[in-house]
Design a protein. Sequence first.
Length: 265
Amino acid sequence: MSSADADEALDSLIGRLADEFLARRERGEDPDPEEYATRYPHAADEIRGALAVLVATGGSPGSSPAEQDALARDYLGIVRAYLSARWRSSELRAELDDAVQEVFVECFRQGGALEAARSGRVPNFRAFLYGVVRNVARRFESRPVRATGALPDIPATEASLSRLFERTWAQAIMIEAADRQKRQAVERGPEALRRIELLRLRFEEGLPIRTIAQHWGEPAASLHHAYAVARREFKAALLEVVAYHSPGSPAEVEQEAANLLKALS
């Protein structure tokens, strides 16, 4: 496995554990990050650091625990993935967990990002969150202790850094939309689940519809129709996710979804 693949696998693992950790808190439990570190010893330090974000911000003023948990669930993966990509070849990777924690401390503090978003003073939360993450990253990159080490291997321009965040955000939204479509397919029944598999074969495996039709022993025309339905279902799920993260009129939500797809092209 390449270094990039290993990083992606680690980020995916931490995202799943964070979801489980927060779900247990919502049920009134008091999960210990050490439990998860012990379960996955190969990533123990990274897990301790990531889950420490959720513990350390639990009593921050300016927002309720439920709001803090919701913000962490929605954006922990995005923040971590962005900083991980920004510092991929830098020794600042060792500071990743501390930087992620600092971002959420900034969000949860009195008068911070969460309070501003809740009050309606932030018209575009994604841009506002990027500003918080960018400022935290710059603080870490400018610390004098780093002067004796290798300079961070990061994109040279603000525009490229902004595009990196946009792409990271877009990828997270697409994953969330795909997960929503899968949950909806479970409720809809076998045919909807089959359409999920059709999308997987088409996009993840790169198989043409005619090849899938041959493997499944079905007419290509019927699979083209199922494929069209599956894409409509994904778009509907995507619009629901986009509307949650970026509320607006139907036209604004449609445009935001189009912008996210463009960021991935």
